[in-house]
Design a protein around this ligand. Structure first.
Ligand code: CP
Ligand code: NVA
Length: 310
């Protein structure tokens, strides 16, 4: 089936899910699911023929780097990879100058940064769309893939409860936005001092999100439809390792936690996993884990973003 362009997304940045309307989020999700089906049926689109995406990485990546590259290829375009080592932005030249060069050559820029403000600075000076491939604040592309996996698995997002167990980090902040746009009920289980961003929480609640912060992770998993976890020590937080390991003791998701969920409940993780910390290897490879569906969907979710925004 042909995927129609969402006109309101044309030439838009993709920095935060909170920039989307509920309709745009739903349409983007459905069109990414359709792009995935089409690819599997042998349909080879050329929507981005002769278009180029620049990919900038300040941090390591397996999934984001591979899937953006492959997504451009599968849409008929291509990508170029720039790392901080190559371009030295903010050191060799300013982010503003990098933006004004890149916009003369490429049709979009995907960046993975430490500071979220770096992405906003890039977007401020760029006439081509900027896509957030993860910042310290947000990870929107991850959540598009995750919600594709939920919709494919459950058939609908209607009435779902999802429990995020762990650090109120970039992935957790994007969960708040996705829950707000989808109507999924979100429980967040984190120790005091590791809450998600309060401004993102408030803005989501103001837009009708149903979110609870809970301090007992096992109670938060009772009857839930999905347990989702992420690393306790995100990239850039390595110096805080010991304090974090202490704070999150008792938060390791093992096979036992599957008994707490609803009968249809699944386990989710954005990867990479730090086994023995936020979860066990058994949890990731459990028959009720949809972790590798999430990883697979990074490719198709990003194809959706590139298809509509570039
Ligand atoms: N989940 C995710 O973003 O993976 P990478 O860090 O490998 O890109
Ligand atoms: N919260 C993690 C996500 C990795 C994909 C990090 O920022 O390192």
């Amino acid at each position: 089936m042909q995927v129609e362009k969402i006109e309101s997304l044309k030439s838009r940045d993709f920095i935060s899910l909170a920039d989307l309307s509920k309709d745009e989020f739903g349409q983007l999700l459905d069109s990414s699911i359709q792009l995935k089906r089409n690819w599997k049926e042998g349909i080879r689109p050329d929507a981005l023929k002769h278009k180029t995406l620049a990919m900038i990485f300040e941090k390591q990546s397996l999934r984001t780097r591979s899937t953006f590259d492959i997504a451009m290829y599968q849409l008929g375009g291509h990508s170029i990879l720039l790392s901080q080592n190559y371009i030295g932005w903010g050191v060799r030249e300013t982010i503003k100058d990098v933006a004004h060069n890149l916009e003369r050559w490429v049709d979009g820029v995907m960046a993975r940064t430490y500071g979220h403000s770096t992405l906003l600075e890039l977007a401020k000076h760029s006439s081509v769309p900027i896509i957030n491939g993860l910042s310290d604040l947000l990870h929107p592309c991850q959540l598009m893939a995750d919600y594709m996996a939920l919709k494919e698995h459950f058939g609908s997002l209607e009435g779902l409860t999802l429990t995020f167990v762990g650090d109120g980090n970039n992935v957790c902040n994007s969960h708040i936005n996705a829950a707000m746009l989808s109507g999924v009920h979100l429980r967040i289980a984190c120790p005091e001092g590791f809450d998600p961003n309060p401004e993102i929480m408030k803005a989501a609640r103001d837009r009708g999100a149903s979110i609870e912060i809970m301090r007992d992770p096992r109670e938060a998993c009772e009857g839930t439809d999905a347990i989702y976890t992420d690393v306790w020590i995100s990239m850039g937080q390595e110096e805080d390792t010991e304090r974090r390991k202490q704070a999150f003791s008792g938060y390791t998701i093992s096979s036992y936690w599957f008994t707490l969920m609803s009968a249809r409940g699944v386990f989710m993780h954005d990867l990479p996993a730090h086994y023995g910390e936020e979860c066990t290897e058994e949890a990731v490879y459990h028959e009720r884990s949809i972790v590798f569906e999430q990883a697979e969907n990074r490719l198709h979710a990003q194809k959706g973003v590139l298809f509509h925004c570039l």
